[in-house]
Design a protein around this ligand. Structure first.
Ligand SMILES: NC(=O)c1ccc[n+]([C@@H]2O[C@H](COP(=O)([O-])OP(=O)(O)OC[C@H]3O[C@@H](n4cnc5c(N)ncnc54)[C@H](O)[C@@H]3O)[C@@H](O)[C@H]2O)c1
Length: 440
C-alpha cells in the first residue's frame, strides 16, 4: 500500500468510526511542532490574577523554564499585582489584557493557567483547548457537571495536556496512604469520611449594592452569569458563597477532600447522594450553607462529607482530614500527616505514622510541566478532575433540592427528578455559549 493510499484508508476508517459513533481520538500523543520539547521554555498566559492566580504564578515561576508572556484580569488592580510578581521573579513585565480571548490568540503562549472564579473556568478552558494550548485550571473543574463534561471532551478532542489545580493529588504522604489502602492492607474499606472545619472563616456581613470600582470590567467579570448590580460581597474571593458563581464550601474545600478520599477508594461513581445542612452560623449575605453533611452511596462503600465554617477559637484539633475505615484497620489523614491504626491480632500490617512533607503545589505544577513535555496526561487530568468535581456538585444538588439524588453516572443525569437534573447544567447569559455543553 502506498503512503497516500494508506493515509486515505486510515482517513476512511476514522470517518466510518466517526459516523458509527465509535471513534475515539487518541488521548496521548507525541509533541508536535510548536509544542515545548524537553529543554524548551514554556510560555505562560495567566487568566485570572486574584488570590490563587498570584499564588499559582509564583509557583510556576519556581520552575526555570517558565516565562510569562501575558496576564489577563478584568481588574486593573489585580493586573498590577501580577506585574509586580513577574518583575520580582523574572525582572521583566509581560503584556496585560482584560479579554481572555486575546491570551488565546497569541502564538507565544504554550500554557494557559486559569484561576478565575468557578463560573469562568469552562469557557476559557474549552477555547484554550481549541486554540491548541495546554491548560492548568483551578479546582473545582467548573460550576456545574455539564460544563465539566464539555471540558473533558474538549481536552480529549484537541489532545491537550490538562491538570486541575487540586494539588493534594501530588502530596507524597497522601499518595502513600492511598497506596496502602488500595493494596488491600486495611482489608475491606466500607466507609470513608472527609471533612473541613474552617474555624478561621469570618462572616461576610451585609453589604449594599454599589458602584463598580474604577478599572474593573464588571460585565466581563459576570460573563455567562446572570446580570445584576455590582456588590463588593459577591466579587473577589467572596464569589464562592453565591450560587451564580460557585458552590460554597462543598465545592471549594469539598473537591480537595473528596479528591483525597477517592485516592483510597475504588474508582466508582455514586449511586445516590443525600445532604442536609444550612446557614446555622452566619447571618450574612452568603447563600451557600455554612454547615453541611453529605452522604454518598457507592456500589462497594459509603463516603461522608462534613463541613462547617465559622469562628470557634480553634477548638477543632485539625481543620481538615480524611479517614478510611477497613475491616483490619483505619487510616486517619490530615494536614500534619497520617496515622494507620490496625487490629493487632488480625492485621497484616503494623500500626504506623507518617508526617506530611508540606505544601504539595510545587510538585503538582511540576507534574503538569513534565507532562506538557512528555505529552502524558498529568495526575489530576480531566477524567479524574471531572469525577471528583462531580461528586461535590452532586452534594450541592442534593442540598439545594432537599432530595435524595439517584445518579445515572453513564448518562450523567439525575434519575426521575427534573428539578434536581436542571442543576446538573447552567444557562449561559448571552452572548456567551459553551461549545459541547449538552443541556445549553
Ligand atoms: N487549589 C487551591 O488550593 C485553591 C485555593 C484558592 C482558590 N482556588 C480556586 O481558584 C479560583 C480563583 O479563586 P480566588 O480565591 O483566587 O478568587 P479571586 O476572586 O481572588 O480571583 C479571581 C480573579 O479572576 C478575575 N476574573 C474574573 N473574571 C475574569 C475574566 N473573565 N477574565 C479574567 N479574569 C477574570 C477576577 O478579577 C479576580 O482577580 C477559584 O476557582 C478557586 O476555587 C484554588
Amino acid at each position: 500500500m502506498s503512503d497516500l493510499t494508506r493515509r486515505k484508508f486510515i482517513g476512511q476508517t476514522a470517518l466510518a468510526a466517526l459516523a458509527a459513533g465509535t471513534f475515539q481520538a487518541p488521548f496521548i500523543r507525541t509533541a508536535r511542532a510548536g509544542e515545548p520539547g524537553p529543554n524548551d521554555k514554556i510560555r505562560l498566559g495567566l487568566i485570572g490574577c486574584g488570590g490563587m492566580g498570584q499564588g499559582d504564578l509564583k509557583c510556576f515561576f519556581g520552575n526555570p523554564e517558565i516565562d510569562c508572556a501575558v496576564i489577563c484580569d478584568v481588574d486593573d488592580a489585580q493586573l498590577a499585582k501580577g506585574l509586580e510578581i513577574c518583575d520580582d521573579k523574572r525582572g521583566k513585565k509581560p503584556d496585560t489584557v482584560k479579554d481572555f480571548r486575546r491570551v488565546l490568540d497569541r502564538k507565544d503562549v504554550d500554557v494557559v493557567l486559569i484561576a478565575t472564579p468557578d463560573h469562568w473556568h469552562a469557557l476559557p478552558m474549552v477555547m484554550a483547548a481549541q486554540a491548541g494550548k495546554d491548560i492548568y485550571v483551578e479546582k473545582p473543574l467548573a460550576k456545574t457537571i455539564d460544563e465539566g463534561r464539555a471540558m473533558l471532551e474538549a481536552s480529549r478532542k484537541y489532545n491537550r495536556v490538562v491538570q486541575m489545580g487540586s494539588q493534594w493529588r501530588s502530596a507524597p504522604h497522601i499518595i502513600e496512604a492511598a497506596e496502602i489502602i488500595r493494596s488491600g492492607k486495611l482489608g475491606k474499606v466500607s466507609l470513608a469520611r472527609a471533612w473541613a472545619f474552617l474555624d478561621w472563616l469570618p462572616t461576610i456581613g451585609h453589604v449594599a449594592d454599589g458602584p463598580v470600582p474604577p478599572g474593573v470590567d464588571y460585565n466581563m467579570w459576570l460573563g455567562p452569569a446572570p446580570e445584576r448590580a455590582f456588590n463588593q460581597n459577591r466579587f473577589h474571593f467572596n464569589f464562592r458563597w453565591f450560587w451564580d458563581y460557585a458552590g460554597g464550601l462543598m465545592t471549594d474545600w469539598g473537591v480537595h477532600l473528596l479528591n483525597m478520599a477517592s485516592m483510597g477508594l475504588p474508582p466508582e461513581n455514586p449511586k445516590s447522594v443525600s445532604a442536609c445542612g444550612g446557614k446555622f452560623i452566619f447571618d450574612d449575605d452568603s447563600e451557600t450553607p455554612d454547615s453541611l453533611v453529605t452522604v454518598y452511596e457507592f456500589p462497594s462503600c459509603q463516603l461522608i462529607w462534613e463541613h462547617r465554617a465559622g469562628l470557634n477559637n480553634g477548638l477543632n484539633n485539625r481543620s481538615w482530614g480524611v479517614e478510611w475505615h477497613g475491616t483490619e484497620g483505619n487510616i486517619i489523614l490530615n494536614d500534619a500527616g497520617w496515622e494507620l491504626v490496625t487490629e493487632p491480632k488480625k492485621a497484616n500490617i503494623p500500626s504506623q505514622k507518617k508526617k506530611s512533607q508540606g505544601d504539595p503545589r510545587a510538585a503538582h505544577v511540576r507534574n503538569f510541566l513534565d507532562c506538557c513535555k512528555s505529552r502524558q496526561q498529568p495526575v489530576l487530568n480531566l477524567e479524574v478532575g471531572h469525577r471528583v468535581s462531580s461528586l461535590a456538585h452532586l452534594g450541592n444538588i442534593a442540598y439545594r433540592t432537599g432530595h435524595k439524588i439517584v445518579w445515572d453516572s453513564v448518562a450523567e443525569k439525575v434519575v426521575d427528578d427534573h428539578q434536581a437534573d436542571k442543576l446538573v447544567s447552567v444557562k449561559y447569559r448571552k452572548p456567551w455559549h459553551l461549545p459541547g455543553m449538552r443541556r445549553a
